[in-house]
Write a protein that binds this ligand. Structure first.
Ligand code: BES
Ligand code: ZN
Length: 637
């Protein structure tokens, strides 16, 4: 009791100093009135409880054990601190963590520190973990355990893996989930280096967003180092029956043994991608670049964990046709991991830049006509999202306003595709050569720092516009960034390869049998996607069977093609596709596929019923990120 009173007094005096209330909730969601927004360097991150200008972590030293029986991670997290004059406490983020004790000094110190969790825990933001510091405290140790429900963690049973014999664990930190497996200052604007020691069952291997082992060891103890400062959302860990195979000198792949060979083939161009990326925008600053192929429940296509991209196995198409995803995650090694969005409101700085960079890499490797197809598919996605959100919606601004919301809500195609089109618009205005020089300088000068949207506008002003009012007017950055939809005069991309697809489609709708369509033989996955997306509504059973019979769409080994086709399967009640649809929804947890499929199912009463039946079987196999989205679509709980 006495302790809490003391804490209250302290919190109150801190709050008094900064003009906000002691309650951590109001503290972190009070936006414009606090002191940090008055300086342009440190915008208030409304999704973190941390007060980094008073106390922040510069280095993390982690010693944890992974227990598959109890589905928990237990251990010690030690932090080197940087304190402002007079700082008496440090605030970390925590959600569903149990804190067993806090000490000051070396690992074995018995010098206990007082700590307290916030009074309430927000379901999204979690709670603050406030630790009282003695004069001169430079290092603290937090002893903690995760909950089996930790939202970042997915504990897979052997049946959910390729090998079916060993369990698997992976983490997903972005946007604000790292706090569910590690107490940390969990905002993209705060960076730290780390090292870690991770103990796992001796038949499994552990890998992290850090230096990685290439061999299993008998003790099940693995050591890691990340020497470059990263934000908490890039902390990552995977544990499973893993093997490593090199691809190039600096690149390689981790996967379960039965998946490894396919992955090595699929990612055969990875080293070339890395070389191309460096030619475009300067040195790769993370030494190695490897990819781990996770089990199919991974909720994303890819996650740019530094040095080790986490990837879905659904890009293993057998023909390298879905590897723009690897180019994308690799590009994040510059846009995102090196120059990081300061808050989640600035998310487009991560993703819009990365889509642009991804397509430049793909252009270097596979040519302009390939990228035109990617851009057109991206534009179709953007169109769809604009319709879904409504063209007046503030969520279609590039600069978001996520106060009081889950940052996940802002992570739409707007950031990716509208962001991409803004960058191509700048490129078109000033020419490719000038824009490339600008981007290279942007990455060099801002490496290992964070960027707000406003910083970016200023950077463009100082380095590109330089007083040229005509150029400033032409760029119209404010319009792109702070207004909804796409600016007037926007020119949609065009692909002549897709024009040929349109011609075949017209021939089919005009009555030519699918097997007689002459031009489809040479089509890549992207042409097929365009064809399937553009199929008219209201196809008959015979028409569906005609397409399926000629092109084997239901049984396609390509997940993108299958997912696009299944939307028609649902809309046209093509029963021959149902079993395959169900199997897909049970096996794959990638949200990008699940969301449109369950949404389409939910459009009719009978579809919704079918969706709910499938979901009842599939749900326990999905990661929390996907569960949250699908629960809402199906009103399921
Ligand atoms: N960083 C994202 C994944 C992400 C975004 C995770 C927001 C959590 C919150 C990653 O780089 C990404 O964009 N992945 C895409 C693939 C990409 C090719 C567009 C995905 O997972 O679909
Ligand atoms: Zn991305």
């Amino acid at each position: 009791m006495k302790y809490f009173f003391r804490l209250f007094l302290l919190a109150f005096s801190v709050a008094f100093l900064y003009g906000c209330e002691p309650n951590s909730e109001t503290h972190s969601s009070d936006s414009d009135s606090d002191m940090s927004t008055s300086t342009s360097e440190a915008p208030r991150d409304v999704h973190s409880h941390a007060v980094p200008e008073i106390a922040h972590v510069s280095h993390l030293d982690l010693d944890i054990a992974v227990d598959f029986e109890t589905k928990t991670i237990t251990g010690r997290a030690s932090y080197d601190l940087v304190l402002a004059d007079g700082a008496t406490e440090i605030v970390l983020d925590a959600r569903d963590l149990s804190i067993q004790g806090v000490t000051a000094g070396g690992n074995d110190s018995s010098d206990s520190l007082a700590f307290a969790m916030g009074e309430t825990s927000d379901p999204i933001k979690g709670t603050s973990l406030t630790i009282q510091l003695a004069e001169g405290t430079e290092r603290i140790n937090v002893f903690y355990q995760t909950s089996p429900e930790a939202a970042a963690l997915q504990w897979l049973s052997p049946s959910q893996t390729a090998g079916k014999e060993q369990p698997f664990l992976f983490t997903q930190g972005q946007a604000i989930l790292t706090r569910t497996w590690l107490p940390c200052q969990d905002g993209p604007g705060m960076r730290f280096t780390y090292d870690a020691r991770v103990t796992v069952p001796s038949n499994l291997m552990a890998v992290m967003s850090a230096t990685n082992p290439t061999e299993r060891n008998d003790q099940g103890v693995y050591e890691f180092e990340m020497a470059q400062p990263i934000p908490a959302y890039l902390m990552a860990l995977s544990v499973g029956d893993l093997e490593f195979a090199p691809i190039g000198e600096q690149t390689g792949v981790y996967a379960e043994p039965s998946v490894l060979e396919a992955a090595v083939y699929e990612f055969g161009d990875m080293e070339k991608m890395l070389v191309s990326a460096e030619e475009l925008y300067g040195p790769y600053r993370w030494e190695r670049y490897d990819v781990i192929v996770l089990p199919p429940s991974f909720p994303f296509g890819g996650m740019e964990n530094p040095r080790l991209t986490f990837a879905t196995p659904t890009i293993l198409a057998g023909d390298r046709s879905l590897t723009s995803l690897i180019a994308h995650e690799l590009a994040h090694s510059w846009s995102g991991n090196l120059v990081t969005n300061a808050t989640w409101d600035d998310f487009w700085l991560n993703e819009g830049f990365t889509v642009y960079f991804e397509r430049r890499i793909m252009e270097k490797l596979y040519g302009e006509s390939y990228v035109k197809m990617l851009a057109m598919l991206g534009h179709q996605d953007l169109d769809h999202t604009l319709k879904e959100l409504g063209t007046d919606s503030k969520d279609t601004h590039l600069k978001l306003d996520l106060i009081g919301r889950d940052p996940d809500e802002g992570m739409t195609d707007i950031a990716y595709e509208k962001g991409y089109f803004l960058l191509t618009h700048i490129e078109n205005s000033i020419g490719r050569e000038a824009f490339d020089a600008f981007l290279r300088q942007y990455f060099d000068e801002n490496a290992f720092t964070t960027m707000t949207t406003e910083d970016f506008i200023q950077y463009v002003d100082e380095n590109l516009v330089k007083g040229d009012e005509a150029l400033k007017a032409e760029l119209a950055l404010e319009k792109w960034i702070y207004a909804p939809g796409l600016p007037a005069g926007f020119e949609a991309p065009y692909s002549d390869r897709f024009e040929k697809v349109d011609a075949e489609l017209a021939s089919w709708t005009g009555g030519t049998a699918a097997k007689d369509l002459a031009g489809t033989g040479e089509w890549s996955t992207h042409e097929w996607l365009h064809f399937i997306r553009k199929l008219p509504a209201g196809l008959s059973g015979d028409q569906m069977a005609d397409l399926d019979g000629a092109f084997g769409l239901t049984a396609s080994g390509n997940s993108e093609i299958q997912a696009a086709w299944f939307e028609h399967v649902i809309r046209n009640q093509y029963e021959a596709g149902y079993a395959s649809l169900e199997a897909f929804l049970i096996r794959v947890g990638r949200r990008k596929f699940l969301k449109p499929l369950y949404t389409t199912l939910a459009e009719t009463e009978s579809g919704k019923e079918m969706g709910r039946d499938i979901y009842a079987k599939a749900r326990s196999g999905y990661h929390s990120v996907s569960v949250g989205t699908i629960d809402e679509i199906l009103d399921y709980n």
